[in-house]
Ligand binder design. Structure first.
Ligand SMILES: Cc1ncc(COP(=O)(O)O)c(C=O)c1O
Length: 569
């Protein structure tokens, strides 16, 4: 009897969690506590990553079973504070300039509360009323920003439930996947008795249309989400053709043309169908933008879907100064943009837009219990099913920050990038390796003496018409040593933990075909000052010089060995 009564009591308690308390005090009390916790996190001065080690963290989170007993909210909040918040990465720190993430405006935190409180599901109108209209509105704003179609077009389609101008997705990866799914459907559409690739899969589609393979073409700087999409869509990773970049980290148009010709000429049934050509508007590693106009022309010539991955750079279209970089984007078939990058929204939200309002009809789905055929549900046009009301964040940000606000944010990001470049060059022990266009700078630590030696070797190598194998070997060996130095430097910087830039390895345009280890800075945080940038560089320089003492004997030995090899000693 007692047990039954307890259960009933528990249920009564439990029910209280699902409604707003009669008196708002309880809600406000926890709300205050939570806001204070968040505030403390931002005020805390410690290192960027917290000093706890990964094995220590796995000791904290090592409970193998779901907790048996319910706990009080206040106890769990305390646990969150001590175990999670304390050991979270301070990505909003102005000293953290290593990834495409930075400080967010505080109002975003409040918007997240609204999103959670309303708990709308964008999949259908029965679960998302006004928020469905907000989603269509912001899609129209962004569509117009990118494709600049006539006012008439937007008046007709902004709230037209028969079409979708794009999708709000959970991230850039799903946005790219959606664009490439549409591209695949358009490449192998229904035709007579052939019901379309969507029904048959790739093998029958290729057979029906008489192609040996279906390919996607992008530059080697393409984001790995393209390979993921090819794999998921049954196109296959080996059918993602990656073209080298020119000296400015933009796809090499000549090489791309040549490759496209090779792929599409020849006997029928030996030819490839180019499903999509992808232009990148802000490469992940270097922030550079491909020549979109040229890519558009080639796409038209071969009848390929032209997709622009502007996940990184797309928001820069808000500002006139950057528009010239994107010339041609207005004629693309699809464009992807991430809200959690240069729109300064919190994690995560992607956007995919289609120039042709009917393109998303290629992937339309319906079901009996939701998204019925003749409904007005947005979910008919999306890969994802249930989706949150995340578009509230960029929608509100475009009102609160506004175009002018973004202009100032990008001006600051540009200044920070240029200032960082100048500080690195002034120091003399660094080598900048790209011409930044959209706030990403790659560089490496390389002591002056090595840099001067490498410059001489490179000059000699380039002026020599015949490939000099010995010189090539020497350049390669020195670069290997400097690669190891930069890997070690990056590890030491992580240990120091007062500043953060990221690290990657890429085929640097200066030293190709060798892969060079580079440090990568994305200084987009509006709170990062010149003084902070100087501090970041001085930490890197001082740790770098300390490490160089360890590496220098190996360098001198290497020079001596090379000289002996060519008979100079
Ligand atoms: C150019 C580009 N495309 C796509 C993506 C994938 O975006 P997400 O991480 O939101 O899936 C990124 C992420 O950095 C990117 O830089």
């Amino acid at each position: 009897m007692k047990e039954i009564k307890d259960k009933k009591d528990n249920m009564e308690q439990l029910k209280k969690l699902f409604i707003m308390p009669n008196s708002p005090d309880k809600f406000v009390e926890f709300g205050h506590e939570l806001l204070e916790m968040i505030h403390d996190f931002f005020q805390e001065k410690g290192g960027i990553h917290s000093s706890i080690s990964l094995p220590e963290l796995s000791e904290i989170f090592n409970q193998t079973s779901i907790p048996e007993k319910p706990q009080l909210i206040k106890d769990v909040l305390k646990e969150i504070k001590e175990k999670i918040i304390k050991h979270s990465v301070k990505v909003g720190s102005p000293y953290y300039i290593g990834h495409m993430i930075s400080a967010i405006p505080y109002f975003m935190i409040l918007l997240e509360m609204i999103i959670a409180a309303l708990n709308q599901n964008q999949v259908k109108i029965e679960t998302a009323k006004a928020s469905s209209f907000v989603e269509r509105e912001i899609l129209a704003w962004l569509h117009k920003l990118v494709f600049k179609r006539k006012e008439r077009f937007y008046k007709k389609n902004i709230q037209n439930p028969k079409v979708a101008l794009g999708n709000i997705t959970s991230d850039g990866t799903i946005a790219n996947l959606t664009a490439l799914l549409v591209a695949r459907e358009k490449a192998f559409p229904p035709d007579g008795n052939f019901p379309g690739v969507r029904v048959t899969g790739m093998e029958k589609a290729l057979k029906h249309y008489g192609y040996s393979r279906g390919v996607i073409v992008a530059s080697i700087r393409g984001h790995y989400s393209i390979r993921k999409a090819a794999s998921i869509l049954g196109i296959g990773e080996e059918n993602v053709i990656l073209i080298p970049v020119d000296d400015h980290n933009k796809v090499d148009i000549k090489k791309l043309r040549r490759k496209v010709r090779l792929l599409t000429e020849g006997k029928r049934r030996k030819r490839a169908k180019i499903i999509a050509i992808i232009g990148i508007a802000g490469t992940t590693e270097t922030g550079n933008v491909d020549n979109l106009e040229e890519l558009l022309e080639i796409s038209k010539e071969v009848g390929a879907h032209f997709h622009v991955d502007a996940c990184w750079g797309g928001a820069a279209l808000l500002v006139d100064e950057y528009k010239h970089l994107f010339k041609g984007i207005e004629k693309a078939d699809s464009v992807t943009i991430d809200a959690h990058k240069l729109f300064y929204c919190p994690m995560t939200m992607g956007i995919v837009l289609f120039r042709n309002e009917k393109d998303l009809n290629y992937i339309k789905y319906s079901s009996q219990y939701v998204i019925r055929k003749n409904s007005v549900d947005i979910g008919r046009f999306t890969i994802e099913g249930s989706r949150p009301f995340s578009c509230l964040k960029p929608w509100a940000a475009l009102k609160i920050i506004g175009k002018n606000g973004y202009k100032l944010l990008f001006k600051h990001a540009k200044n920070s990038t240029e200032t960082l470049k100048a500080i690195l060059e002034e120091n003399g022990n660094f080598e900048v390796l790209n011409e930044p266009e959209l706030f990403i700078l790659i560089y490496r630590f390389i002591p002056k003496e090595v840099r001067e030696e490498l410059n001489l070797l490179l000059e000699k190598y380039k002026s020599n018409k015949r490939k000099n194998k010995e010189l090539e070997q020497k350049i390669k060996k020195i670069n290997c040593l400097i690669n190891a130095l930069n890997v070690k430097l990056h590890k030491e910087l992580r240990r120091d933990d007062t500043t953060f830039v990221s690290r990657t390895k890429l085929e640097s345009t200066r030293y190709r075909p060798y892969n060079i280890v580079v440090l990568r800075a994305v200084p987009i945080n509006p709170l990062t000052t010149e003084q902070i940038l100087r501090k970041i560089v001085s930490v890197q320089a001082s740790i770098g010089m300390k490490l160089w003492k360890e590496f220098r004997p190996a360098y001198l030995r290497l020079l001596e060995q090379e000289e002996r090899r060519v008979g100079l000693v």
